[in-house]
Design a protein around this ligand. Structure first.
Ligand code: CA
Length: 176
């Protein structure tokens, strides 16, 4: 799902009636805030990662939903303590950002089922959305504006055919 980015216009707009050359409006336009996917400038890390997979796949701008190490992140081997659910994958913006929509792309035929989207309030993680029994390959989450420097997906259940692995192919965090 490609979103259009509106370029910021910091220019003075003047409208001139061509027929009379009469200036009837000349005003400073409020700066247009571009709708931005903050994820692309964020750093991605995870609580654990399966061999060959990468947290970097969740914010590389590629919304391919194919299953596999080339396209997604998943937690490490579930037979080890470090790979057991819950597991998380996080985006760190570096500074506080304002956002109100998150788009999740998971893996075809291996949909993440149960997860929370969370933000860091400076002290603790707070839940934005608590999703159970997800059946969407691509799922949109809209909410009241949040200001935070970090967002994470906290995964608690993968697909029925591999419930111990939670898979994320892309996590977009939009300013609006
Ligand atoms: Ca990706």
């Amino acid at each position: 799902m490609q979103k259009t980015t509106i370029k910021s216009l910091g220019i003075k707009l003047c409208f001139i009636a061509a027929s009379t050359w009469l200036l009837f409006s000349c005003s400073e336009e409020d700066e247009v805030t571009p709708v931005t996917n903050l994820s692309l400038e964020a750093t991605a890390t995870a609580s654990s990662t399966y061999y060959g997979y990468s947290a970097d796949n969740i914010n590389d701008g590629d919304t391919n939903t194919e299953v596999g190490p080339e396209s997604s992140w998943t937690n490490s081997n579930s037979s080890t303590d470090s790979g057991k659910l819950p597991q998380w994958v996080m985006l760190d913006f570096g500074t506080e950002k304002s956002f109100s929509r998150i788009e999740l792309y998971t893996s075809e035929d291996y949909l993440i089922q149960d997860y929370q989207l969370q933000y860091f309030d400076g002290v603790a993680w707070q839940t934005i959305e608590d999703v159970t029994d997800n059946t969407f390959l691509i799922r949109s989450h809209s909410f009241d504006k949040i200001i935070s420097s970090k967002v994470r997906l906290y995964g608690t259940k993968g697909p029925d055919n591999q419930s111990v692995y939670v898979r994320v192919n892309e996590l977009e965090v939009w300013t609006e």
